[in-house]
Design a protein around this ligand. Structure first.
Ligand SMILES: *[C@@H]1O[C@H](CO)[C@@H](O)[C@H](O)[C@H]1NC(C)=O
Ligand SMILES: *[C@@H]1O[C@H](CO)[C@@H](O)[C@H](O)[C@H]1NC(C)=O
Ligand SMILES: *[C@@H]1O[C@H](CO)[C@@H](O)[C@H](O)[C@H]1NC(C)=O
Ligand SMILES: *[C@@H]1O[C@H](CO)[C@@H](O)[C@H](O)[C@H]1NC(C)=O
Length: 266
């Protein structure tokens, strides 16, 4: 098979008729640059296909080649000895609550829910496309039904590799065990964070990108998962104040999640 054929099947919805569930483009919610993001993606993809025609072999999904971005104010790099196990694009919501009885209250984080899409191959072969994926994913809504097993991420062919949610207000949890891949499960604690770069993609209503994070897994995690990074974020931040907000609300976001494995914790 030509390299370009493999690439298109991974990154592009080539057979629309046989397609499973397609997330719908947010025509109403979309920002003016929403369609630009989608066309930027396909232009970049078209260039890759063009390049692919001249490659003698297919791009190889060698995850050890993937490079995680930890700038701008560098997050601490993964602990020595850890190796990259999985890269996913998370697409979902950051939840917040507001004290509606207090005119000067600020929103309080109340967890997040996201569907994780397998981007290991893209991260290793096409780092520039990977950087575009969170912003692209944000342009497509994902209903709870679509977040079930057969969905693809926006116009790509990336398949679901897991789910992200919170088990309590301070415990992000990742379930990366699906029928296809058993990557592991991990509850985590926040180790450190840094603001997203100033030019990070904003949300559908202009919300700032949520910070980049380094998380450490709790003992009892499976798959030897040790550290999880949230980088390359798009949208998700709460408004500065609770003015005009309901008691509980959600802000759409997307991000890259990088999962690192190593020796089990003592
Ligand atoms: C899915 O994830 C696994 C584990 O990271 C990886 O080996 C595989 O290549 C990924 N598949 C794609 C299509 O990215
Ligand atoms: C209202 O919210 C502000 C900002 O969070 C806080 O400083 C203040 O104590 C709150 N007032 C009441 C009555 O809860
Ligand atoms: C949240 O869950 C973690 C891990 O299960 C636990 O250690 C922590 O005490 C819990 N926090 C609260 C406030 O319940
Ligand atoms: C947070 O978001 C999820 C997914 O949309 C939703 O099911 C849940 O009820 C939300 N939680 C709150 C407190 O709003």
């Amino acid at each position: 098979m030509y390299a370009s054929t493999i690439l298109v099947s991974l990154l592009c919805a080539s057979s629309v008729i046989a397609a499973p569930t397609w997330p719908t483009f947010n025509w109403d919610a979309a920002k003016p640059d929403g369609l630009e993001t989608v066309s930027e993606y396909f232009n970049m993809l078209a260039q890759k296909v063009e390049i692919g025609k001249y490659m003698s072999s297919a791009p190889v999904c060698d995850i050890s080649k993937a490079q995680m971005a930890v700038a701008p104010e560098p997050l601490t790099p993964p602990s020595p000895g850890l190796t990259l196990k999985h890269v996913a694009i998370g697409r979902g919501t950051q939840n917040y609550t507001c004290d509606t009885t207090n005119a000067t209250a600020v929103p309080v984080a109340a967890g997040a829910v996201a569907t994780l899409f397998n981007a290991s191959c893209v991260a290793s072969a096409y780092p520039d496309l990977l950087q575009l994926l969170p912003k692209l994913a944000l342009q497509f809504s994902l209903t709870p039904q679509e977040a079930e097993k057969d969905a693809r991420m926006g116009p790509t062919n990336l398949i679901i590799s897991g789910k992200h949610y919170f088990t309590n207000n301070t415990t992000p949890f990742f379930n990366l065990d699906t029928a296809q891949y058993q990557i592991g499960e991990a509850g985590c604690s926040k180790d450190s964070q840094t603001n997203a770069p100033a030019d990070a993609p904003t949300g559908l209503k202009g919300e700032k990108a949520v910070p980049w994070l380094r998380l450490k897994t709790h003992s009892g995690s499976t798959g030897n998962l040790q550290e999880v990074y949230r980088v390359g974020t798009a949208g998700g931040s709460a408004p500065a104040t609770c003015q005009g907000q309901p008691a509980a609300f959600e802000v759409q976001y997307a991000a890259q999640y990088w999962f690192w494995e190593g020796q089990s914790q003592a």
